[in-house]
Design a protein around this ligand. Sequence first.
Ligand SMILES: *[C@@H]1O[C@H](CO)[C@@H](O)[C@H](O)[C@H]1NC(C)=O
Ligand SMILES: *[C@@H]1O[C@H](CO)[C@@H](O)[C@H](O)[C@H]1NC(C)=O
Ligand SMILES: *[C@@H]1O[C@H](CO)[C@@H](O)[C@H](O)[C@H]1NC(C)=O
Ligand SMILES: *[C@@H]1O[C@H](CO)[C@@H](O)[C@H](O)[C@H]1NC(C)=O
Ligand SMILES: *[C@@H]1O[C@H](CO)[C@@H](O)[C@H](O)[C@H]1NC(C)=O
Length: 179
Amino acid sequence: MKYVLKIVVSLTILCLMILKPSNPVVFKLTNVHCGSYNKTWIRINQCRLKAINRHRTVFNFNATFLYPTKSITVHYQTFKRENGYRPWLVNTQIDGCRFLRKPYDALGILLFNIYRNFTNINHTCPLQGDMIVRNMYLTTDVMRLPLPTGDYLLAIDWIFYGKPQFATNVSFQFVEDIL
Ligand SMILES: *[C@@H]1O[C@H](CO)[C@@H](O)[C@H](O)[C@H]1NC(C)=O
Ligand SMILES: *[C@@H]1O[C@H](CO)[C@@H](O)[C@H](O)[C@H]1NC(C)=O
Ligand SMILES: *[C@@H]1O[C@H](CO)[C@@H](O)[C@H](O)[C@H]1NC(C)=O
Ligand SMILES: *[C@@H]1O[C@H](CO)[C@@H](O)[C@H](O)[C@H]1NC(C)=O
Ligand SMILES: *[C@@H]1O[C@H](CO)[C@@H](O)[C@H](O)[C@H]1NC(C)=O
């Protein structure tokens, strides 16, 4: 009897392992919030999430840089939600124009890899005109993320010539595969 039980348990575990979906985590955008600090320079035409299904939301962003810029500082910060968003792990600045010439910051590269197929921001400075992100979604295909389960916020301030011009805040949910 004990032996049979052992086999049943083993078979069940084996079945679970086989049936385990290839992309078992929840990794999806939950909210976006953008704002221009200087509407004579940056017009935000669109900053919106759209639900495609239970597992996927897509991000659409469209902003017009009314004048060219050759100086972009990207200040990004990550937050994790625990009774409101608390600063978590990263609070750093990178030189956006240098990055577009030659990507150099490890986390910046990871973030850019998530966006690159969905954006027209794929050339060097100066940047001017419509900056587009179209139907962007999160997927674990791109990378393995060693993130604990939780709700996160990536807040980015875009600074031109030393002055903040606009912000893009994107929240997402990550649920670890617990099988
Ligand atoms: C983005 O998030 C930061 C940090 O929580 C906050 O200070 C800022 O006001 C937010 N900006 C927008 C446009 O939501
Ligand atoms: C706002 O944008 C205008 C137009 O480009 C620029 O001349 C001005 O310096 C900017 N103001 C700030 C505070 O960045
Ligand atoms: C972005 O917004 C501008 C201004 O509303 C519009 O003219 C342009 O067609 C939009 N671009 C895309 C790709 O949606
Ligand atoms: C971007 O597109 C290329 C070519 O279609 C593909 O190989 C790559 O996996 C895509 N990257 C992302 C982040 O979707
Ligand atoms: C940049 O993005 C545009 C619009 O998505 C695309 O047509 C173009 O081929 C891309 N250029 C490079 C160098 O990837």
